[in-house]
Design a protein around this ligand. Sequence first.
Ligand code: ZN
Length: 451
Amino acid sequence: MSHVLAAVAWPYANGPRHIGHVSGFGVPSDVFSRYMRMAGHDVLMVSGTDEHGTPIQVQADKEGVTPRELADRYNRVIVEDLHGLGLSYDLFTRTTTGNHYTVVQELFEGLHRNGYIVPKVTMGAISPSTGRTLPDRYIEGTCPICGYDSARGDQCDNCGNQLDPIDLVNPRSKINGETPRFVETEHFFLDLPAFAQALGKWLDSREGWRPNVLRFSKNLLDDLQPRAITRDLEWGVPIPLEGWRDRTDKRIYVWFDAVIGYLSASIEWARRSGDPEAWRRWWDADGAGEEARGYYFMGKDNIVFHSVIWPALLLGYSGEGDRGGEPGDLGHLNLPTEVVSSEFLTMEGRKFSSSRQVVIYVRDFLERYDADALRYFIAVAGPESQDTDFTWAEFLRRNNDELVAGWGNLVNRSISMAAKNFGEIPAAGELTPRTARCWRPRRRRSRRWAA
Ligand SMILES: [Zn+2]
C-alpha cells in the first residue's frame, strides 16, 4: 500500500461546469481515485474552487456585487455540479479560506528567502476612467506583427505570437473601449530560468506519462522567462513582505495562488481529520511521504501550470533550483509523479463555448440522465489521448447498447441465476490471495464539501 495523492484541477469560480470541463479533470480523476482505493492504496483526493483574479473582479463589478459574493455563488453552483456527478473528493474546498492564504504566503516567503522571487519595474496599463489596472487579456488592438485587428494584449490569436500590450497598435480596453494609459509599476517575478536544469532532470526521469504531455512539457523548458507573480488588483492574497503586506492595491497573481491549492487543501484536510500533521504522508519527501505518489488531473490548456510552474514553486521552496536555499517550515516537498492531462471534448464537431452557447451544462444533463450514463461515456469515449467528439447519437448508443444491454444484462443475469440456484445472493466469502490483491475494501472517509 502506498500513499496516493489525487490532485484535481481547481475549477474557476465564474460559472457552472459543462461536460467538456468534467471530461478533462473530474471524471478521470474520480475513476483513478476509486480504482486506487480498491487496490488498497491510501488515496487523498483534493480540490476546490479557484476564486481570485481579474475575471471575477470584472464580472462582480459588472453585476454590482463584491468578488466574494460572486465567488460564494459559483462555489455553490460548482459544488452542486461535481457532487451530482458523484465525484469522491476527500476535501473540496476554496482558495478564499484563511488556511489557503497562510500556505500561499508561506510558499511566497520561502521562495523569496531562497532568492527565487525578484522585483522588477514594468509598464502596466491602467484604465483612465477607473484608475484600475487593465490586465493584458482585457486589452485589444492591432497586432504589430501580422496586422490582425483583434489581437489580445498577451497574445495574437491570428499569428500565435506572444505580445506585450504596449506593443499593440491602437490599444483599447475590452471592458469599456477606452484607450489605456501605460505607467510604471513594480511587481515581483518568479525566476523560472533558475529552475530549467532541475525541471529538465525531473522531466527526464518521468515514466509512463502520456507521450504528448511529456513532449509538450519538455518543449516549454526551451523558453523559460521570469514570470510576474503579483498584480495591481485588490482581490487576491496579500503579498507577505515588509512594505507590501498592508498595500491594498497589490495582490499575489491568481495562477500562483491557485496551484498551491493542492498543498493547502491537503493541510486543511489533515486539520479537519484531527491529525494536523497527516498531510505529510503525501508530501514530505524526506520522511512520512517519501514513497508517496502524486497524480495531477487537468485539461491540456493547464499543462504548463502543472509540469513547469507548480514543480518550480516546489523546487524553489525546497531550495533545489540553481540558487540553492533551504526548505521552509513545511519541509522538502514532493514533486508530481505524473501530470495526467486530457485532450478536449468537442460537441457535435465544435469547441465547447459558454459564450457562444455551444455547451451542455452538467446540471442540465443530470436533470435528464443519471450521472453514471455520463460517467460511462467519458470513461470509455473521453478525450484521453486525443480530442474526441460528444454527440447525442453516440451517447445514446453507448448507453443503450453497452451500459444497459451489455453490462446491465450481465449483472442482471448473474444475479437472477444466483437467486434461482441459491434462493438469495450469497454473502461475500473469503478473498483468495489473487483477488485480495485487486480488491481490498477500505474504511470510507467522510467526504467534505466546503461552501
Ligand atoms: Zn498577429
